[in-house]
Design a protein around this ligand. Structure first.
Ligand code: MEV
Length: 454
């Protein structure tokens, strides 16, 4: 289908990256980093407090606004996705996420980078029909009226239809009764239930508003056809017809460090994946690591990260057993670690906060063409999730997660103790050296530091 016209300011970007490898970037000041990314003062303005989301705009976005909440915005480097270099903006408060993602992207680049794909942008809305006396007759009536329902649905989303999208299918599902063990003491599970899925191609949007309008508009007719009563009319976040996939190969030589043998690290990562594949308790944390990356990019691009979270975890449980969203193995030549991921990825490049939030607009400029196509953005999201997960597993099977974490955690504790920007580094160093990253210790270190000023 045709894509939506590019939003103002994104047709030609001054900052589209031709290279994502910027050695020593982390050692630079914020201003130097902006210059290295090719950001002009005007490009960077939305990344400053007074250029980002302002209270009057926030007041138009949600109810009962009393302020705005900032999050650090970093960039993950080294990404090569389907042969293109891309700088990845990430909004997240947790230390190590941006570093881990950049690190794995650099190792994956040595194996050719990430290869991605994404399904067309399909959103599905559900209409729940109750009190349907004859489920077979109701299903047949809705199936017979499929063309009429698609045409009516398309009249409810005329803009989408004009851009080549719109309603493409209407399907019924009969929901079986719950097994008695799942009734949790309820004697009555409500009887037969028919659910109609309305399938919409939603172009560059995430599609929630469009599909919700369509199912609300079609529900009376569906109830009439089923001789029942419509109850819920809402999209499903289990976007399993809109998955994104990414894969990468990391040569063993890249995985080895000063003390680590690359082959052993690769096999450790495979064993760690096997743990998540078998065990839902581990899979939950494993998948949380994936979503650390996906959510950070979703927030930076103004996407609904709660929808992505819900979709990812429901997809991970689709077989009836919650499991890993990634997969790892060692290739036949015993030379590379191979990793892949598949997960629902209902992201948009128009609508929602994508056009309203000034910082999101700035972050989208960094993404260049990846901010202009939902399928490209979805593939990038999958690549970031895979990189994030690989980074966490690699750290856990080699030096452990805490070493990298501690330096930044110590900075946060120093800030919490009241250290100024000029004092943070000194206080954090004391905490790391003492091996005790605690608030009380930071307060003592700060007091000691300040006593030297007198
Ligand atoms: C922490 O935010 C994420 C990890 O727990 C992920 C994992 O255990 O795979 C490190």
């Amino acid at each position: 289908m045709a894509t939506t016209a590019h939003p103002p300011g994104l047709e030609t970007t001054t900052t589209t990256s031709t290279a994502s490898r910027l050695p020593g970037f982390y050692r630079r000041s914020v201003d130097e980093r902006r210059r290295l990314l090719g950001l002009s003062p005007a490009d960077s303005a939305p990344f400053d407090v007074d250029g980002g989301l302002q209270v009057p705009v926030a007041d138009q976005m949600i109810e009962n606004v009393v302020g705005v909440l900032g999050l650090p915005l970093g960039v993950a480097l080294n990404f090569i996705v389907d042969g293109e270099a891309v700088i990845v903006p990430m909004a997240v408060e947790e230390p190590s996420i941006v570093a881990a993602c950049s690190h794995i992207a650099r190792l994956a680049a040595a194996g050719g980078g990430f290869t991605t794909s994404a399904d067309p942008p399909i959103t599905v809305g559900q209409v729940q029909l109750l009190q349907v006396a004859d489920l077979s007759r109701a299903q047949a009536a809705i199936d017979d009226a499929r063309d009429e329902l698609i045409a009516s649905g398309n009249r409810l989303c005329p803009g989408l239809k004009e851009r080549g999208g719109g309603v493409v299918d209407v399907r019924c599902r009969v929901l079986p009764r719950l097994p008695s063990d799942d009734l949790h003491g309820d004697l009555d599970d409500g009887g037969p239930m028919l659910v109609v899925h309305v399938v919409l191609e939603c172009g560059d949007a995430m599609g929630a508003n469009a599909v919700n309008s369509v199912v609300e508009g079609l529900s009376d007719r569906l109830a009439e056809l089923a001789r029942g009563v419509a109850c819920l009319r809402i999209l499903t976040n289990l976007a399993d017809e809109r998955c994104a996939r990414a894969s990468m190969r990391i040569p063993f030589a890249q995985l080895g460090g000063d003390d680590d043998d690359g082959a052993a690290v690769a096999r450790g990562i495979v064993d760690a994946y096997r743990f998540a594949a078998r065990d839902p308790w581990r899979a939950c944390t494993h998948n949380k690591g994936i979503m650390n990356g996906v959510d950070a990019l979703a927030i930076a691009t103004g996407n609904d990260w709660r929808a992505l979270e819900a979709g990812a975890h429901a997809y991970a449980a689709r077989s009836g057993r919650y499991t890993s969203l990634t997969r790892f193995f060692v290739d036949e030549e015993q030379a590379c670690l191979v990793g892949s991921i598949t997960l629902p990825m209902a992201v948009g490049t128009v609508g929602g906060a994508t056009r309203v939030h000034p910082t999101v607009q700035g972050a989208r400029k960094l993404l260049g063409s990846f901010a202009l196509s939902t399928t490209k953005l979805a593939g990038l999201m999958a690549a970031v999730g895979l990189a994030q997960n690989t980074g966490a597993l690699k750290a856990m099977v080699s030096e452990g997660i805490q070493r990298g974490h501690m330096a930044l955690h110590a900075r946060q504790v120093a800030l919490a103790a009241g250290a100024t920007a000029a004092e943070v580094e000194a206080v954090a160093s004391v905490l790391v050296a003492s091996g005790s990253i605690r608030l009380g210790r930071a307060q003592e270190a700060l007091a000691t530091l300040r006593s030297t000023y007198e």
